[in-house]
Each structure stands twice: as C-alpha cells, then as structure tokens.
Design a protein around this ligand. Sequence first.
Ligand SMILES: [Zn+2]
Length: 73
Amino acid sequence: MTCEDAHLYMHDYISGELASEHRKNLMDHMDDCPDCKEFFRQTEYIQQTMRNHMQYKAPFELQNTISSLLTNA
Ligand SMILES: [Zn+2]
C-alpha cells in the first residue's frame, strides 16, 4: 500500500465505511509508517472535533437566542 492509498483508506475508516479486508492493510501500513500514523491521528481528531461541534452547534445557537431575548426583555 502506498501512503496515498493509506490516506484514502483513512477517510473511509473514520467514517466507518472501510471494508475489513482493507482495515488490516491500513493498520499494517501505519505500523511501518510513522507519517501516516500521525496523519491518521490528526485526521481522526479533526473528524471528532467537527462531529462534536455539529452536535453542540444547535444548543449553542439556542443559548445565544435565549440570552439575547433575556437581555432585550
Ligand atoms: Zn505511509
């Protein structure tokens, strides 16, 4: 597997779409390739942060709306 392949697989892996036969190849590549391992760690972190942000976005906006209503009252 090339690093380019590994990067493509990572996105599928993180979104839960990577077939299990490719998963082992990806893990084997990352064992041998610190660069890809680090890239995977960062990509996973960004994805999780985005997911958390999307989850909390609505309540956060709601809080703003409520606090501005209270301020204007
Ligand atoms: Zn690599």
